[in-house]
Each structure stands twice: as structure tokens, then as C-alpha cells.
Design a protein around this ligand. Structure first.
Ligand SMILES: [Zn+2]
Length: 444
């Protein structure tokens, strides 16, 4: 049967007037001016006054063992923020094959409603493993950490180069957490900064400085140039890092740039207010960094904006404990509303077309997600319908995560997620989740 979503305007082409989105099964089969075509027997659903976006893609989310957010919980939370595809960071266990790791996560993630794709974290000693199974399981990326506090995870430039060369062969991007871990480790070893009860926010900013991030990106660029791999810098946080990435891009290296809603909206002042809850790596930066990143999104220089969601429970995060709090902020349900507000709100700084680029078509192209990222015939019927007249009030109380806090608590955002369709199925209606049934999306 044909379903017609009638009368919504396209978020990024609202001036073109209301449209009909025609859906058969899981697929969009047509877009016309509203009422231009009648299909006998079609189910017509009124969407007058709403704005339609492609189902949003949050390409960078973390899943953890409970009590932090697990894969099914991320998949149940994400659609409430308009997301229909979640990029899951999958951590293979020691000795577990890449394929088994994906199947383990998939068994849980199908209990969520968002579709998902598999990025695999590669620890230093696994960078030289056979990567060909990644193609068989449809993995969309590997992720390496140049800095990581836990033993064995942090990779040096040799491991990064080996992994990048193999990813170039597979045509998948290498996700890089770009901070110079050796510098961080050396500073800690020499007591230049001490992770003890006297640790302050300024210590963290000094330890994880913009220079430490930017210099890592310079090194990533050298690896990209040497291997021909597509190097994807996750969570670019500051002007210096952005400039390093753009410099490499200008010289012909394939550098892809991701930033996150927290780096576009929050500063070190928020971090001080949030205490241990505000701990994230790289740390929140200065207002000038926020402005530089916003300008880069406006100029089309940023490929994706992703939440980097870490739904840590209060067992992992403590407002009054900077040292003992796990790094990472929640934001998986807030990504869409924050970016939509950036285009619709009183203080808007973004064109609607930029929102659909960084939250839909951009990640779909970078990660070669078949059928995702556009409202066009032949694409999956992933549709996020926004009520632009409504307001979203951000609160931990209405955010479906194990996180006991929300960094944007109390923010009033213009627009609200009204309905979400995933492959034609209504999975969110009036702010309530209706379904499970997420699927693994394999690289095209
Ligand atoms: Zn991350």
C-alpha cells in the first residue's frame, strides 16, 4: 500500500511549498507538490504545518555495559531526537573476532528502533590483524585512539599508519581520536599535571590543550598522505585543530571533519559549572573556538556533526569528582533538537540546508550508507517530522539515557520532534517511542 505524508514542507526547501511524500513499504517512491497526484487506495496522513527532514544520522555514539547506555538503549533514545541511524562504536573484547563483536552488538541493537552501523575500535595490538573480515561484516569504519588512558588502547603512529593503509584498501575511513597521547602521558609521568584530588579544570585544559589536539591532526595528515586513506577526525573541538585539518585538506590530504553539539554550544564556563559531569575529551574550549567551529559549519567545511553520546550513569560520573568521572557527555537525544534550533531559533546561526548536510547527507556519503541521508525516490523512508511552532525544553528528566544530568538542562529550543518514520514505520509519535526493529546497515 502507498502511504502519503501530505502537506509538510521540506526543512531545507520550505519556501518551495508543501509536498506529498509517497512511501511504499520501506522506500520513498515519490515527492510531489501537495495534492498534485492522487493514488487510489493510498493512506493519506496529514502533516500540514510540519517540516520534513531526512531521518537524522548520529554517526558517532558510544555503547557501554550497563549501567551506562547499552546498544538497545541508544537505539531507543536516538529516534526521540529525530535520529533514525546510529553509528555505534563497537569495542571487540580481547580475543573476540571483529565479526563476533558486531554480531554481539547487533543482537542487542535490534531491540532499539534506530538503524545502526558498525564502527570498530582497534586497539594498538590489533592494528596489524587481518582487516578483510571488516568488509564481510559491512563495517563502516575503524576507530583508533592516539590518546587513551586505559592500557593497550592508545595507538602510536606506526599502528595508525598500518591500520590506515588497510582501510584505504577497504575504502572505509579511519576515525581518529586526535590528541598526542605521548605528550599527555609524559606530562602525567613527570607530574606537570597530577591526576589527584587537587586536579582543576584548568589543569585538564592545559593537559589536553588545543596544541596537543592540533599537532595530532598534523600527524594524522602525514599518515593520510602516506597511505591514501580517508582520515576522519572525530570531535574536532577548537580553532587550532580545525585549522590543522583545513591546512591538510588544502594540501590535498583526504581529511574529514566531525564536530559535536557540545563544541558548538558550550564553553569552559559550562565545564566549570558542570564539574565532573562536564568531563569530556577534548575538553570544552573557549568562546572563540565555538565561533570558529560554527563558521566552519556555515562555510560547508565540516562533514558531520555527531553527538559522541556517552550515556554514563551516576556510577561513572560524579558532579563533585573531576578525577574519578568518566569522560564523555550525553547528547544523543539532544543533537537533532540543538541543530534544528540553530536553524530555526531566535539566535539562529545555521541555514537549514547546513543541518541536513551535517546530520544526514554528509554522514551517509562519508560512510556509504545505502538508502540513507536524503528524501528522494529510491531512498529509505526515514523521515523526521518537526513541529516548528513547538518548543523543546531540554531536561535530564525527559532524556532517555542512564545519564543523571543533561549539559543543556533547561535550554528552550525552537521546534520539536513530532513524528519519526524509519523505513516507513512510524517509530516516534508525539514524542513517544513506538517500536524496535533497528537493522544493521552495511557499507554499500
Ligand atoms: Zn567518541
Amino acid at each position: 500500500m502507498t502511504v502519503i505524508i501530505r502537506g509538510a514542507r521540506l526543512f531545507d526547501h520550505a519556501a518551495a511549498g508543501p509536498v506529498d511524500l509517497m512511501i511504499q513499504g520501506e522506500i520513498i517512491v515519490g515527492i510531489t507538490s501537495a495534492g498534485a497526484v492522487e493514488v487510489p487506495g493510498a493512506e493519506v496522513r496529514d502533516a500540514t504545518g510540519l517540516l520534513a527532514l531526512p531521518g537524522l544520522i548520529d554517526i558517532h555514539t558510544h555503547i557501554h555495559p550497563a549501567p551506562s547506555d547499552t546498544a538497545d538503549q541508544v537505539g531507543q533514545m536516538a529516534p526521540l531526537g529525530g535520529v533514525t541511524t546510529s553509528g555505534l562504536m563497537i569495542y571487540p573484547d580481547p580475543g573476540e573476532s571483529f565479526g563476533d563483536a558486531v554480531r554481539r552488538v547487533e543482537a542487542l541493537a535490534v531491540k532499539g528502533a534506530s538503524d545502526f552501523c558498525a564502527h570498530l575500535r582497534i586497539e594498538a595490538d590489533r592494528a596489524t590483524e587481518d582487516f578483510t573480515p571488516l568488509a564481510e561484516i559491512g563495517a563502516t569504519a575503524v576507530k583508533l585512539f592516539m590518546a587513551h588512558g586505559a592500557p593497550g588502547i592508545q595507538s602510536g603512529l606506526k599502528e595508525l599508519t598500518v591500520a590506515a593503509a588497510r582501510c584505504a584498501t577497504l575504502d572505509i575511513p579511519v576515525l581518529v581520536h586526535a590528541e598526542l597521547g605521548d605528550v599527555v602521558d609524559g606530562m602525567l609521568q613527570e607530574g606537570i599535571v597530577s591526576m589527584d584530588e587537587n586536579l582543576t579544570w584548568d589543569d585538564i585544559s592545559f593537559l589536553r590543550s588545543p596544541e596537543v589536539e592540533a599537532a595530532a591532526i598534523d600527524a594524522v595528515a602525514a599518515v593520510g598522505r602516506a597511505t591514501g586513506a580517508r582520515m576522519y577526525i572525530v570531535h574536532v573541538s577548537c580553532e587550532a585543530a580545525l585549522e590543522a585539518a583545513l591546512r591538510a585538506r588544502r594540501s590535498g590530504t583526504q581529511i574529514l571533519i566531525e564536530t559535536c553539539p557540545h563544541y558548538l554550544t558550550l564553553t569552559d564556563e559550562d565545564a566549570r559549572r558542570l564539574g565532573g559531569y562536564g568531563r569530556v575529551l577534548p575538553p570544552l574550549r573557549q568562546p572563540r573556538d565555538v565561533q570558529a567551529l560554527r563558521a566552519a559549519v556555515q562555510q560547508g567545511l565540516v562533514d558531520t556533526v555527531a553527538s559522541d553520546h556517552c550515556g554514563h550513569s551516576d556510577q561513572a560520573k560524579h558532579v563533585d569528582d573531576l578525577v574519578g568521572s568518566a569522560a564523555g557527555l550525553p547528547g544523543g537525544q539532544d543533537l537533532g533538537p540543538l541543530m534544528i534550533d540553530a536553524a530555526l531559533g531566535e539566535d539562529s546561526w545555521l541555514k537549514p540546508q547546513d543541518v541536513t548536510k551535517v546530520l544526514a547527507s554528509g554522514p551517509a556519503e562519508v560512510f556509504q550508507l545505502p538508502g540513507k541521508g536524503r528524501l528522494l525516490p529510491g531512498y529509505d523512508a526515514d523521515v523526521t517530522l518537526i513541529d516548528p511552532a513547538a518548543t523543546t525544553t531540554v531536561s535530564a528528566a525527559t532524556t532517555h539515557t542512564a545519564s543523571p544530568y543533561n549539559p543543556w538542562e533547561g535550554w528552550q529550543l525552537r521546534g520539536a520532534v513530532h513524528q519519526v518514520l524509519r523505513r516507513g514505520e512510524l517509530i516516534v509519535d508525539s514524542g513517544r517511542l513506538q517500536a524496535a526493529g533497528g537493522q544493521l546497515i552495511r557499507k554499500a
